[in-house]
Design a protein around this ligand. Sequence first.
Ligand code: SAM
Ligand code: SF4
Length: 325
Amino acid sequence: MIGRHAQSITYLRLSVTDRCDLRCAYCMPERMEFLPRSEVLSIDELDRLASLFIKMGITKLRLTGGEPLVRKGFTGLIERLSRHFGNGLDELVITTNGTRLAEHAEALARHGVKRINVSIDSLDPATYARITRGGDIAKVIAGVDAAIAAGIKVKLNTVALANDNLEEVVALADWAHQRGAAISFIEVMPLGDVEAERIDQHVPMTEVRRRLAERWSLTPLTLNTGGPARYVRTEAGGTIGFITPLSDNFCGSCNRVRVTCTGQLYLCLGHDAKTDLRGLLRSGDEDALRARIAGAMRHKPLAHDFMIAPKMVQGVKRHMSVTGG
Ligand code: SAM
Ligand code: SF4
Protein backbone atom coordinates (compact mmCIF):
# COMPACT_ATOMS: atom_id res chain seq x y z
CA MET A 1 0.00 0.00 0.00
CA ILE A 2 1.38 3.38 -0.98
CA GLY A 3 0.37 6.76 0.52
CA ARG A 4 -0.32 9.93 -1.46
CA HIS A 5 3.23 11.14 -0.81
CA ALA A 6 4.82 7.80 -1.78
CA GLN A 7 4.99 6.56 1.83
CA SER A 8 5.13 2.77 1.82
CA ILE A 9 2.58 1.58 4.41
CA THR A 10 3.63 -1.66 6.08
CA TYR A 11 2.75 -1.09 9.73
CA LEU A 12 -0.72 -1.24 11.30
CA ARG A 13 -1.56 -0.30 14.87
CA LEU A 14 -4.87 -1.86 15.79
CA SER A 15 -6.70 -0.96 18.98
CA VAL A 16 -8.54 -3.94 20.44
CA THR A 17 -10.45 -2.07 23.16
CA ASP A 18 -10.93 1.46 24.50
CA ARG A 19 -11.19 0.10 28.05
CA CYS A 20 -8.41 0.19 30.59
CA ASP A 21 -7.72 -0.77 34.19
CA LEU A 22 -5.76 2.48 34.70
CA ARG A 23 -6.69 6.15 34.19
CA CYS A 24 -3.39 7.85 33.35
CA ALA A 25 -3.91 11.56 33.94
CA TYR A 26 -2.51 12.61 30.53
CA CYS A 27 -4.45 9.92 28.63
CA MET A 28 -8.02 10.02 29.90
CA PRO A 29 -10.25 11.83 32.38
CA GLU A 30 -10.86 10.19 35.75
CA ARG A 31 -14.48 9.45 34.83
CA MET A 32 -13.81 8.23 31.34
CA GLU A 33 -16.92 7.06 29.52
CA PHE A 34 -16.21 3.89 27.59
CA LEU A 35 -17.94 2.91 24.36
CA PRO A 36 -20.95 0.56 24.28
CA ARG A 37 -19.70 -2.96 23.57
CA SER A 38 -21.74 -3.21 20.37
CA GLU A 39 -19.61 -0.45 18.84
CA VAL A 40 -16.36 -2.28 19.51
CA LEU A 41 -15.14 -4.87 17.02
CA SER A 42 -15.49 -8.47 18.17
CA ILE A 43 -12.46 -10.77 18.36
CA ASP A 44 -13.60 -12.40 15.14
CA GLU A 45 -13.93 -9.00 13.40
CA LEU A 46 -10.50 -7.92 14.67
CA ASP A 47 -9.03 -11.14 13.28
CA ARG A 48 -10.71 -10.71 9.88
CA LEU A 49 -9.71 -7.06 9.58
CA ALA A 50 -6.07 -7.59 10.64
CA SER A 51 -5.84 -10.58 8.30
CA LEU A 52 -7.07 -8.48 5.37
CA PHE A 53 -4.49 -5.77 6.11
CA ILE A 54 -1.79 -8.46 6.15
CA LYS A 55 -2.98 -9.72 2.77
CA MET A 56 -2.75 -6.13 1.52
CA GLY A 57 0.88 -5.67 2.56
CA ILE A 58 1.06 -4.99 6.29
CA THR A 59 4.10 -6.84 7.66
CA LYS A 60 4.15 -5.42 11.19
CA LEU A 61 1.07 -5.46 13.39
CA ARG A 62 0.88 -3.80 16.79
CA LEU A 63 -2.09 -4.56 19.03
CA THR A 64 -2.86 -1.83 21.50
CA GLY A 65 -5.75 -0.07 23.21
CA GLY A 66 -6.93 0.97 25.79
CA GLU A 67 -5.31 -1.88 27.58
CA PRO A 68 -5.13 -4.92 25.27
CA LEU A 69 -4.61 -7.38 28.12
CA VAL A 70 -7.98 -6.48 29.69
CA ARG A 71 -9.75 -7.53 26.48
CA LYS A 72 -11.42 -10.92 26.93
CA GLY A 73 -10.11 -13.39 24.36
CA PHE A 74 -6.99 -11.34 23.63
CA THR A 75 -4.56 -14.25 23.90
CA GLY A 76 -6.82 -16.24 21.59
CA LEU A 77 -6.66 -13.39 19.06
CA ILE A 78 -2.86 -13.47 19.21
CA GLU A 79 -2.93 -17.21 18.65
CA ARG A 80 -5.21 -16.80 15.62
CA LEU A 81 -3.07 -14.04 14.11
CA SER A 82 0.10 -16.08 14.55
CA ARG A 83 -1.03 -18.22 11.57
CA HIS A 84 0.15 -15.37 9.32
CA PHE A 85 3.80 -15.68 10.36
CA GLY A 86 5.85 -16.56 7.29
CA ASN A 87 2.85 -15.72 5.16
CA GLY A 88 3.00 -11.92 5.07
CA LEU A 89 3.35 -11.14 8.75
CA ASP A 90 6.88 -10.56 10.08
CA GLU A 91 6.17 -9.01 13.46
CA LEU A 92 3.32 -9.16 15.96
CA VAL A 93 3.90 -6.74 18.81
CA ILE A 94 1.90 -5.30 21.71
CA THR A 95 1.77 -2.08 23.69
CA THR A 96 0.61 -2.67 27.26
CA ASN A 97 0.59 -0.98 30.64
CA GLY A 98 2.01 -4.23 32.00
CA THR A 99 -0.38 -4.68 34.93
CA ARG A 100 -1.50 -8.11 33.65
CA LEU A 101 1.63 -9.06 31.79
CA ALA A 102 2.89 -11.49 34.44
CA GLU A 103 -0.18 -13.73 33.80
CA HIS A 104 0.05 -13.57 30.01
CA ALA A 105 3.75 -13.31 29.12
CA GLU A 106 4.34 -17.00 28.58
CA ALA A 107 1.32 -17.50 26.31
CA LEU A 108 2.22 -14.40 24.28
CA ALA A 109 5.76 -15.70 23.78
CA ARG A 110 4.40 -19.13 22.79
CA HIS A 111 2.29 -17.55 20.04
CA GLY A 112 5.21 -15.66 18.52
CA VAL A 113 5.22 -12.28 20.27
CA LYS A 114 8.89 -11.36 20.41
CA ARG A 115 8.69 -7.69 21.38
CA ILE A 116 6.48 -5.79 23.80
CA ASN A 117 6.30 -2.10 24.70
CA VAL A 118 5.49 -1.50 28.35
CA SER A 119 4.46 1.95 29.56
CA ILE A 120 6.10 2.98 32.82
CA ASP A 121 6.02 6.63 33.79
CA SER A 122 7.53 6.25 37.27
CA LEU A 123 9.17 3.62 39.45
CA ASP A 124 8.15 5.35 42.63
CA PRO A 125 5.00 3.63 43.95
CA ALA A 126 3.31 6.86 45.06
CA THR A 127 4.15 8.79 41.88
CA TYR A 128 3.07 5.84 39.70
CA ALA A 129 -0.21 5.57 41.60
CA ARG A 130 -0.80 9.31 41.20
CA ILE A 131 -0.10 9.41 37.44
CA THR A 132 -2.15 6.27 36.73
CA ARG A 133 -4.79 7.07 39.36
CA GLY A 134 -4.41 3.92 41.40
CA GLY A 135 -1.97 1.68 39.54
CA ASP A 136 0.41 -0.68 41.39
CA ILE A 137 3.96 -0.44 40.04
CA ALA A 138 4.91 -3.79 41.65
CA LYS A 139 2.56 -5.59 39.23
CA VAL A 140 4.14 -3.85 36.25
CA ILE A 141 7.66 -4.70 37.39
CA ALA A 142 6.58 -8.34 37.81
CA GLY A 143 5.13 -8.17 34.28
CA VAL A 144 8.34 -6.80 32.78
CA ASP A 145 10.38 -9.48 34.52
CA ALA A 146 7.99 -12.23 33.40
CA ALA A 147 8.18 -11.05 29.79
CA ILE A 148 11.99 -10.98 29.87
CA ALA A 149 12.02 -14.45 31.46
CA ALA A 150 9.73 -15.69 28.64
CA GLY A 151 12.27 -14.45 26.08
CA ILE A 152 10.31 -11.37 24.97
CA LYS A 153 12.29 -8.22 24.23
CA VAL A 154 10.87 -5.37 26.30
CA LYS A 155 10.96 -1.70 25.43
CA LEU A 156 9.79 0.83 27.99
CA ASN A 157 7.74 3.89 27.07
CA THR A 158 7.75 6.88 29.39
CA VAL A 159 5.71 10.01 28.79
CA ALA A 160 7.75 12.95 30.10
CA LEU A 161 5.59 14.99 32.46
CA ALA A 162 6.72 18.33 33.84
CA ASN A 163 5.32 17.93 37.32
CA ASP A 164 5.53 14.17 37.79
CA ASN A 165 8.59 12.39 36.47
CA LEU A 166 11.11 14.83 35.03
CA GLU A 167 13.35 14.28 38.08
CA GLU A 168 13.19 10.53 37.48
CA VAL A 169 14.29 10.25 33.85
CA VAL A 170 17.86 9.17 34.67
CA ALA A 171 16.65 6.60 37.25
CA LEU A 172 14.16 5.19 34.73
CA ALA A 173 16.82 4.87 32.02
CA ASP A 174 19.18 3.27 34.53
CA TRP A 175 16.50 0.74 35.51
CA ALA A 176 15.89 -0.08 31.84
CA HIS A 177 19.65 -0.49 31.24
CA GLN A 178 19.88 -2.97 34.13
CA ARG A 179 17.22 -5.14 32.48
CA GLY A 180 18.69 -4.87 29.01
CA ALA A 181 15.56 -3.00 27.90
CA ALA A 182 15.50 0.04 25.60
CA ILE A 183 13.53 3.03 26.85
CA SER A 184 11.79 5.77 24.88
CA PHE A 185 10.72 9.09 26.27
CA ILE A 186 7.61 10.58 24.69
CA GLU A 187 6.35 14.15 24.53
CA VAL A 188 2.79 14.46 25.76
CA MET A 189 0.41 15.01 22.85
CA PRO A 190 -2.86 16.95 22.81
CA LEU A 191 -5.21 14.00 22.27
CA GLY A 192 -8.67 14.24 23.80
CA ASP A 193 -9.77 16.24 26.84
CA VAL A 194 -8.26 15.51 30.24
CA GLU A 195 -8.47 17.59 33.41
CA ALA A 196 -4.92 19.02 33.24
CA GLU A 197 -3.79 21.72 30.84
CA ARG A 198 -1.52 20.15 28.21
CA ILE A 199 0.81 23.11 28.30
CA ASP A 200 1.42 22.47 32.03
CA GLN A 201 2.30 18.81 31.42
CA HIS A 202 4.46 19.30 28.34
CA VAL A 203 8.26 18.92 28.58
CA PRO A 204 10.39 19.43 25.48
CA MET A 205 12.59 16.43 24.69
CA THR A 206 15.63 18.73 24.72
CA GLU A 207 15.18 18.99 28.50
CA VAL A 208 14.92 15.20 28.95
CA ARG A 209 17.97 14.74 26.76
CA ARG A 210 19.94 17.38 28.68
CA ARG A 211 19.33 15.53 31.94
CA LEU A 212 20.36 12.17 30.49
CA ALA A 213 23.47 13.72 28.91
CA GLU A 214 24.62 14.75 32.40
CA ARG A 215 24.83 11.05 33.27
CA TRP A 216 25.92 9.40 29.99
CA SER A 217 27.40 10.49 26.70
CA LEU A 218 24.67 9.95 24.11
CA THR A 219 25.80 8.68 20.71
CA PRO A 220 23.16 9.03 17.98
CA LEU A 221 22.12 5.80 16.26
CA THR A 222 21.04 5.70 12.65
CA LEU A 223 18.22 3.26 13.51
CA ASN A 224 15.06 4.53 11.79
CA THR A 225 11.75 2.83 12.49
CA GLY A 226 9.78 5.04 10.10
CA GLY A 227 8.27 6.80 13.10
CA PRO A 228 8.91 9.85 15.23
CA ALA A 229 11.61 8.21 17.42
CA ARG A 230 15.29 9.11 17.32
CA TYR A 231 17.65 6.78 19.19
CA VAL A 232 20.96 7.17 21.02
CA ARG A 233 23.31 4.68 22.65
CA THR A 234 24.89 5.26 26.06
CA GLU A 235 28.37 4.08 27.00
CA ALA A 236 26.68 1.71 29.47
CA GLY A 237 25.33 -0.16 26.42
CA GLY A 238 21.73 1.02 26.68
CA THR A 239 19.44 2.40 23.98
CA ILE A 240 17.34 5.49 24.61
CA GLY A 241 14.71 6.84 22.23
CA PHE A 242 13.21 10.30 22.04
CA ILE A 243 9.75 10.54 20.53
CA THR A 244 9.05 14.08 19.48
CA PRO A 245 5.89 14.22 17.43
CA LEU A 246 5.38 17.88 18.25
CA SER A 247 8.75 19.44 17.73
CA ASP A 248 10.08 17.30 14.88
CA ASN A 249 8.60 16.63 11.51
CA PHE A 250 8.99 12.95 10.78
CA CYS A 251 5.93 12.55 8.63
CA GLY A 252 7.51 12.16 5.18
CA SER A 253 8.83 8.70 6.02
CA CYS A 254 5.80 7.59 8.09
CA ASN A 255 5.00 3.93 7.36
CA ARG A 256 2.03 3.42 9.69
CA VAL A 257 -1.73 3.67 9.86
CA ARG A 258 -4.11 3.08 12.77
CA VAL A 259 -7.45 1.40 13.18
CA THR A 260 -9.53 2.16 16.27
CA CYS A 261 -11.39 -0.47 18.27
CA THR A 262 -14.55 0.61 16.42
CA GLY A 263 -12.99 0.00 13.02
CA GLN A 264 -12.18 3.59 12.03
CA LEU A 265 -9.07 3.90 9.88
CA TYR A 266 -6.87 6.91 10.67
CA LEU A 267 -3.98 7.66 8.37
CA CYS A 268 -2.40 10.05 10.85
CA LEU A 269 -2.59 10.34 14.64
CA GLY A 270 -2.71 14.12 14.30
CA HIS A 271 -5.59 14.42 11.83
CA ASP A 272 -9.34 14.01 12.30
CA ALA A 273 -9.93 12.51 8.85
CA LYS A 274 -11.06 8.88 9.10
CA THR A 275 -12.61 6.10 7.05
CA ASP A 276 -15.19 3.74 8.47
CA LEU A 277 -14.29 0.06 7.96
CA ARG A 278 -16.74 -1.48 10.43
CA GLY A 279 -19.82 -1.20 8.21
CA LEU A 280 -18.25 -3.13 5.34
CA LEU A 281 -16.54 -5.53 7.75
CA ARG A 282 -19.90 -6.36 9.30
CA SER A 283 -21.58 -6.65 5.89
CA GLY A 284 -19.05 -9.36 4.94
CA ASP A 285 -18.21 -7.73 1.57
CA GLU A 286 -14.44 -8.26 1.58
CA ASP A 287 -13.89 -6.90 -1.94
CA ALA A 288 -15.59 -3.61 -1.07
CA LEU A 289 -13.65 -3.43 2.19
CA ARG A 290 -10.38 -3.99 0.38
CA ALA A 291 -11.25 -1.25 -2.14
CA ARG A 292 -12.14 1.17 0.65
CA ILE A 293 -8.83 0.57 2.44
CA ALA A 294 -6.82 0.94 -0.77
CA GLY A 295 -8.70 4.14 -1.67
CA ALA A 296 -8.18 5.65 1.80
CA MET A 297 -4.41 5.08 1.67
CA ARG A 298 -4.14 7.52 -1.18
CA HIS A 299 -5.08 10.30 1.24
CA LYS A 300 -2.33 9.75 3.79
CA PRO A 301 -1.28 13.30 4.68
CA LEU A 302 2.26 14.62 4.59
CA ALA A 303 2.31 16.17 8.07
CA HIS A 304 0.37 16.28 11.33
CA ASP A 305 -1.34 19.43 12.62
CA PHE A 306 -0.35 19.30 16.29
CA MET A 307 0.84 22.38 18.04
CA ILE A 308 1.67 23.18 21.65
CA ALA A 309 2.87 26.72 22.06
CA PRO A 310 2.56 29.07 25.01
CA LYS A 311 -1.12 29.43 25.84
CA MET A 312 -2.19 27.61 22.73
CA VAL A 313 -2.90 23.97 22.17
CA GLN A 314 -4.07 22.57 18.92
CA GLY A 315 -4.89 18.90 19.02
CA VAL A 316 -7.50 16.33 18.14
CA LYS A 317 -10.60 15.33 20.08
CA ARG A 318 -9.92 11.58 20.25
CA HIS A 319 -8.23 10.13 23.31
CA MET A 320 -5.13 8.03 22.64
CA SER A 321 -6.93 5.11 24.33
CA VAL A 322 -9.54 5.16 21.55
CA THR A 323 -7.16 5.56 18.63
CA GLY A 324 -4.57 3.18 20.01
CA GLY A 325 -1.06 4.26 20.98
N1 SAM B 1 -2.62 0.87 27.73
C1 SAM B 1 -1.45 0.62 26.97
C2 SAM B 1 -0.27 1.41 27.50
O1 SAM B 1 -0.47 2.31 28.34
O2 SAM B 1 0.84 1.11 27.06
C3 SAM B 1 -1.60 0.85 25.49
C4 SAM B 1 -2.38 2.05 25.05
S1 SAM B 1 -1.68 3.62 25.51
C5 SAM B 1 -2.88 4.71 24.81
C6 SAM B 1 -0.28 3.66 24.42
C7 SAM B 1 0.76 4.71 24.73
O3 SAM B 1 0.19 5.98 24.53
C8 SAM B 1 1.29 4.68 26.15
O4 SAM B 1 2.70 4.59 26.13
C9 SAM B 1 0.84 6.01 26.71
O5 SAM B 1 1.77 6.49 27.64
C10 SAM B 1 0.75 6.86 25.48
N2 SAM B 1 -0.15 8.00 25.59
C11 SAM B 1 -1.45 8.04 25.99
N3 SAM B 1 -1.94 9.30 25.92
C12 SAM B 1 -0.93 10.08 25.47
C13 SAM B 1 -0.80 11.47 25.20
N4 SAM B 1 -1.82 12.31 25.37
N5 SAM B 1 0.40 11.92 24.74
C14 SAM B 1 1.45 11.07 24.57
N6 SAM B 1 1.39 9.75 24.81
C15 SAM B 1 0.22 9.26 25.26
FE1 SF4 C 1 -4.73 3.08 30.07
FE2 SF4 C 1 -2.56 3.13 28.54
FE3 SF4 C 1 -4.20 5.26 28.65
FE4 SF4 C 1 -2.75 4.66 30.77
S1 SF4 C 1 -1.97 5.26 28.77
S2 SF4 C 1 -4.95 5.15 30.77
S3 SF4 C 1 -2.66 2.49 30.68
S4 SF4 C 1 -4.71 3.29 27.84
